[in-house]
Design a protein around this ligand. Structure first.
Ligand code: AHM
Ligand code: MG
Length: 344
């Protein structure tokens, strides 16, 4: 498609692309397409606020209110409310869940309930928000399990990654990109801020065969299980020169994942003994690991908890954490092998 567009000069907006993909499903009602549009719109609004974050902070210090008379909010709650407000009234969703909210987010009674479920991490990479480092939004869309016409339930949100209908992320970096999949490959769009449109720049992303990077918070190495420590040395080239990878770690999952998707490599946040309250590492199954594993598999890669595919895990609570290894398939499988051998 990139060659085609180079030849014909076609400019493919995200709207056009999503609509064309919908045509592969003659029975589609268009609801999923519309949810994706709404996510893209939320991304534009959040991107615009993100680029002005420091200025908004200055305004915030003066106690300034925004145009609706609301006190200027922190970026993460702004992102949360933006996604919620664009999706609460559309009649497309049965229920939502967000990393920012303890419980499921019901659709208000005054609006109709729809057939899809939206699960999201509105602004991931919170430790980087204040420092002009890339951050992101992650989203996942399921079909409801509860009967149509009723309000959605917790069980609607606690679905296996295998049941995902669509997933994606937005990265707010040197440019803003939206990358998503509906199970027909992974496609990336870059926001042209001068026209306010996401344009197709990365059709059909495949993880390159030869990986370049490994990404983990190596400051935690002494808290990692022995197998993960040995795996890290293997990635660094111990015993097998051909696996000498460079280390890149941003500390924003979306940014680390996005880079490794394009370059090949592995990201991991294993279980560790650093904090006894978090024996399964830091990252969340629902909002982070499942959607990114869906994208990884669609791009020829793999996501695992170190033992089995993330997509096969049945969530038992909204904010459940999980050890997470994701990226090039053979590198993730190698992590499973080390864990099986040394940590089982
Ligand atoms: P958050 O949901 O509070 O933003 O935390 C998730 C982030 C991920 O983006 C990133 O991969 C990880 O935390 C980094 O954690 P650490 O600072 O421990 O390396
Ligand atoms: Mg997060």
């Amino acid at each position: 498609m990139s060659t085609d567009s180079a030849l014909t000069g076609a400019i493919i907006t995200i709207e056009r692309f999503i609509l064309e993909q919908q045509q592969n499903h003659p029975d589609a009602t268009g609801a999923l397409t519309d949810i994706l549009y709404d996510v893209a719109l939320a991304a534009k609004i959040i991107a615009s606020r993100t680029t002005r974050a420091a200025l908004v902070g200055i305004l915030g210090n003066t106690g300034e209110e925004n145009i609706q008379g609301e006190v200027v909010q922190k970026l993460d709650s702004f992102a949360q409310r933006t996604i919620y407000r664009l999706n609460d009234h559309t009649g497309r969703l049965a229920v939502m869940a967000s990393e920012e909210e303890e419980h499921i987010i019901p659709i208000p009674d005054r609006f109709p309930a729809g057939k899809y479920v939206l699960v999201f991490d509105p602004l991931d990479g919170s430790s980087n928000i204040d420092y002009n480092v890339s951050i992101g939004t992650i989203f996942a869309i399921y079909r409801r399990k509860s009967p149509d016409g009723t309000r959605g339930t917790l069980a609607d949100c606690l679905q296996k990654g295998r049941d995902l209908v669509a997933a994606g992320y937005v990265i707010y970096g040197s440019s803003t990109m939206l990358v998503y999949s509906t199970g027909q490959g992974v496609h990336g769009f870059t926001l042209d801020p001068t026209i306010g449109e996401f344009l197709l720049t990365h059709p059909n992303i495949r993880i390159p065969a030869k990986p370049k990077y490994y990404s983990a918070n190596q400051g935690n190495v002494r808290h990692w299980p022995a197998g993960v420590q040995k795996y890290t040395r293997w990635l660094q080239g111990e015993n097998e020169q051909k696996h000498e990878l460079s280390l890149r770690y941003i500390g924003s999952l979306v940014a680390d994942f996005h880079r490794n998707l394009l370059t090949g490599g592995v990201f991991y946040y294993p279980a560790d003994t650093k904090d006894s309250a978090k024996p399964k590492g830091k990252l969340r199954l629902l909002y982070e690991a499942a959607p990114l594993s869906f994208l990884a598999e669609q791009a020829g890669g793999y996501g695992s908890d170190g033992v089995q595919p993330i997509l096969d895990l049945q969530p038992d609570s909204l904010h459940q954490r999980v050890p997470f290894f994701v990226g090039s398939r053979d590198l993730v499988q190698k992590a499973e092998e080390f864990i099986r051998t040394y940590d089982a």
